[in-house]
Design a protein around this ligand. Structure first.
Ligand code: PHE
Length: 451
């Protein structure tokens, strides 16, 4: 077998992992959760969750990847030969497969909205036009299938080129682009005449809104946002070379992801307040991005239409870039699995994954139109994929990964290789062994209102 590829530079490794972490979750969930749960108070709790839980779990996933030099399923098999731990990796691969199918649908919409905004299609629309516009687009079977397929083809284009020439090269282009767009949008938004109230809302902590449920939901959001629990980071870490410092890489990724999430708040809230719009609880996810925000942008920039035009184009481009870099990591989990475990060459493995995902993703995308009345366990296909992967499989595989690293691997991997000071190592070990499993169980039960 040919030698396993590695990332060519430390920066490449950081940007690729940050690309996985920074995704739709940063833009369509984090700001709204912040808005509903006490503004800066929520941000403080969230940062606490990242430092205390997200960071240690990311380190453990990096350890599993870096020391096994193997895809997610193969990693558990290699580090725990002859045991059933391999199933944890397999669940991870399966979860990645489910997430990418529904994620691609949304990535497709962001692509479509980028084109719509470039074509100035929001011009002259009024508040009541946006919901029918989005509903018509998402219900149209041809458009849904076409955009979902296009999102997969873009991902395939990069993945088929390999680790250095594909994932690393494009992460090095796309992540700085994403960063620059974010900064431009923040500057435009905070300079709107009515932005002050939005900024005030984001920075003034209201601790009365914080309770156990809010903390658990912040923790769930932190895990999802850092792409933890299903092997994306294990797979990427398997491409780290020996000189990659696990702790520094994890620190950088946690920082970039949190920074972009907070900045998304500074893009959305000043504009929302400036437009005099009061956010409703249902303004989360697709309806926030594709119905509420185009209207908000249109109103906020009514006196400077060209700026409004640019703002909308850049905003949807930002979402598209964020979604695609996350899709790369999800696609890579499955592609690397087929490539390593079944000895299929990389291009063929990537093609196979893309074709199967396009078929499933396309069927799933019909959940908003022709298949909207087709329910399994009371859920449309899109919701089924989303719920099963994010609410059930992610916590289960995250829990098992932390037990694996904390209790099984702990005795078997030399602690020197962690590259950490003794005290930090002790804290991280304690967190992974006791706190993380406990909290993941709590998040899980909380989601189903069992806690
Ligand atoms: N972290 C991504 C986001 O914030 C989502 C994701 C989860 C991507 C798990 C890959 C794996 O949107």
């Amino acid at each position: 077998m040919s030698e396993r590829e590695t990332f060519g530079s430390k920066m490449g490794a950081i940007l690729a992992a940050a690309g996985s972490a920074v995704g739709l979750g940063n833009v369509w969930r984090f700001p709204i959760e912040t808005g509903q749960n006490g503004g800066a108070a929520y941000i403080i709790i969230y940062i606490g969750c990242i430092i205390l839980m997200g960071f240690p779990v990311m380190i453990s996933e990096f350890i599993v990847g870096k020391f096994s030099h193997s895809n997610t399923a193969g990693a558990f098999q290699k580090l725990a030969p002859g045991t059933q731990w391999k199933w944890v990796g397999r669940i991870g691969v399966f979860t990645g497969f489910l997430i990418i199918c529904y994620y691609a649908i949304v990535a497709g919409w962001t692509m479509e909205y980028t084109f719509l905004s470039i074509a100035n299609q929001f011009d002259g629309k009024s508040v009541n036009d946006y919901a029918p516009m989005f509903n018509e687009l998402s219900a149209n079977p041809w458009k849904s299938v076409l955009w979902t397929t296009l999102a997969f083809l873009v991902t395939f284009y990069v993945i088929a080129r390999g680790v250095q020439k594909g994932i690393e090269k494009y992460s090095k282009i796309l992540m700085p682009t994403l960063f620059i767009i974010t900064v431009i949008l923040v500057v435009c938004s905070v300079n709107l005449p009515g932005a002050g109230a939005g900024i005030d809302f984001l920075v003034r902590p209201d601790f009365s809104k914080i309770n156990g449920k809010v903390v658990l939901s912040a923790l769930g959001q932190a895990f999802y946002s850092l792409s933890l629990g299903m092997g994306c980071l294990i797979t990427y870490a398997s491409y780290f070379n020996d000189s990659t410092n696990i702790r520094k890489t994890a620190l950088n990724v946690c920082f970039i992801d949190t920074f972009i999430a907070v900045m998304a708040g500074f893009i959305i809230f000043p504009a929302v307040f400036d437009a005099g719009y009061s956010l409703q609880p249902e303004d989360i996810g697709p309806s926030l991005i594709f119905i509420t925000l185009p209207n908000v942008f249109q109103q906020s920039f009514a006196s400077a239409p060209f700026l409004g035009y640019l703002f909308a184009v850049l905003f949807y481009l930002l979402l598209f870039v964020a979604a695609v870099t996350s899709m790369l990591s999800l696609h890579e989990v499955v592609t690397a699995y087929l490539h390593d475990e079944f000895n299929i060459n990389r291009k063929k493995a990537a093609t196979l994954v893309t074709v199967v995902c396009i078929i499933l993703g396309a069927v799933c995308s019909l959940s908003f139109g022709v298949l909207k009345d087709f329910h399994i366990f009371g859920l449309t296909l899109f919701d089924l994929f989303d719920t099963t992967s994010s609410n059930i499989l992610l916590p289960i595989s995250g829990l098992l990964t932390s037990i694996f690293v904390g209790w099984y691997l702990d005795k078997r991997i030399e602690h020197e290789s962690w590259n950490m000071k003794p005290l930090s190592k002790r804290i991280i070990r304690f967190t992974i062994r006791y706190l993380v499993p406990l909290f993941i169980i709590a998040i899980f039960l909380n989601q189903f209102d069992l806690l």
